[in-house]
Design a protein around this ligand. Sequence first.
Ligand SMILES: [Zn+2]
Length: 147
Amino acid sequence: MYCTKCGATVNNEARFCTNCGATLSPATPHTVRKPARRKSHKMPLLIGAAVLVIAIVAVILSRGSGLSGTYTSESGYYSVSFDSKDECTWYQSGLNFEGSYEKSDDGYRLEIGGGGWYADTVFDAVVDDGDLIITGGTVYGERFVKQ
Ligand SMILES: [Zn+2]
C-alpha cells in the first residue's frame, strides 16, 4: 500500500511509514459498516412513532363519536347508560327504555323510545367536565354524573 502522507510504497502490514514515519491506518471495514448500522438502528424507532401516531388518532376518533358508561342524575331519579356507539338505555322509575343517540352540533341528541304512558322523548345533552348535562327535553337542566 501507499503512505497517505508522503505516498511512499510501504509494507501492507506496516503501522508506520518507513519513509516519513506517519502512522498508517489500514482500511477497516468499520467506516463502510457505520451508515448501514445507523439505518437499522433508527427503523424500529420510526415504526414505533408511526404506531403511536395511529393509536392517538384512533383514540381521538373513537372519543369524538360516542359515549360510554352509565350516568346518573344528581336528583337520582334518572339514569342513562350508553351501550354502544349509537344505542343507549334510559332508566326512570324502575323502568328502562331503549334509545338511540348521535352526535349533534354542540353535544349529543338522545332519542328515548316510548313505552306505555311514556311517550318518545328527545333529549339534547352536552358533556361538561366529564358529566352529561341535559340542555333540552323534559329533564332540562339535570346534571348526570358518570358512575
Ligand atoms: Zn510516509
